[in-house]
Ligand binder design. Structure first.
Ligand SMILES: *[C@@H]1O[C@H](CO)[C@@H](O)[C@H](O)[C@H]1NC(C)=O
Ligand SMILES: *[C@@H]1O[C@H](CO)[C@@H](O)[C@H](O)[C@H]1NC(C)=O
Length: 260
């Protein structure tokens, strides 16, 4: 009898320690992106510029990534400009398609990591977001005259409501960065050429929410939830722990019943 009770206690302790570690696990954007070879160029750039470390230090962040084909427009820029352009793809809040869709008036100005770096001038540290009448979600630099040309392609990975990684069709570059990085001479020399490639996936954010992305499916927050809470932030991991907990409570109940 005593050994059975001890076994139950051990099981309970195991369960408790599992959920305790789960809530402490910090995300690592490099690791998250390493599962997707099509984003390896962007991932390498984040490491080279040390922006990956800055992203990992944040608690709520969104990274807009481009595939290897579109990332060529970034690698061809001077090194210091690369970092600015990359920091412009990082939004200082958690956004997934559900939360974007819930934005009032379907448009917003979003603050980027470039703004937080202190090096941004004017509106260059901000993004414009807009959802078109066709439900296409698009991003662009908030600088006057910049196009809203980077379309949301799909959700790549997410840990609600801490980090969201989404693919966009083309990198976002504030026009003023492109000019200053051009080395003074060439007018618009460093401007990002808009890649006009055919996307392999149907760029529908609704499809992006589909069952193919198991990490995101549990994620969909109710549209009104703007604020992250600890309870919801841990939802995907603690759901698993809860299942284990429920199972062990059931087991302990059974053991108790046998003892009595
Ligand atoms: C996730 O966000 C919540 C709320 O902002 C924060 O308390 C928690 O530490 C974050 N978790 C990670 C892994 O950053
Ligand atoms: C993140 O993951 C990468 C690749 O696995 C690793 O090299 C790096 O040290 C990790 N960073 C942190 C802060 O754990």
């Amino acid at each position: 009898m005593a050994s059975i009770t001890a076994a139950a206690a051990v099981l309970l302790l195991l369960t408790l320690s599992t959920s305790a570690t789960a809530s402490k696990v910090k995300f690592n954007v490099t690791e998250m992106l390493s599962e997707f070879p099509e984003f390896s160029t962007f991932n390498n750039l984040l490491s080279q510029t040390k922006l990956a470390d800055e992203i990992n230090q944040r608690q709520t962040i969104t990274v807009l990534v481009v595939d290897n084909g579109a990332a060529g427009a970034i690698t061809s820029l001077p090194a210091d400009t690369q970092k600015k352009v990359l920091a412009t793809q990082v939004i200082l809040d958690y956004y997934d398609p559900v939360k974007l869709d819930g934005i009032k008036d379907k448009a917003a100005q979003l603050t980027t990591l470039f703004q937080a770096s202190g090096g941004a001038t004017g509106q260059s540290g901000f993004l414009n977001y807009k959802e078109g009448a066709d439900d296409q979600m698009a991003f662009g630099s908030a600088e006057p005259g910049a196009p809203l040309a980077s379309k949301l392609v799909k959700v790549v990975a997410s840990r609600p409501y801490n980090i969201s990684v989404m693919q966009i069709s083309a990198p976002i570059a504030p026009p003023s960065i492109g000019k200053s990085g051009g080395g003074g001479g060439g007018k618009g020399g460093a401007h990002l050429p808009p890649p006009r490639r055919k996307m392999p996936q149907e760029p529908s954010p609704v499809a992006a929410e589909g069952p193919s992305n198991e990490e995101d499916s549990a994620a969909s927050p109710p549209a009104e939830s703007e604020k992250s809470t600890d309870a919801t932030a841990d939802a995907p991991t603690s759901a698993g722990s809860r299942e284990v907990a429920a199972a062990s409570v059931g087991l302990i109940g059974l053991i108790m019943w046998m003892i009595i």
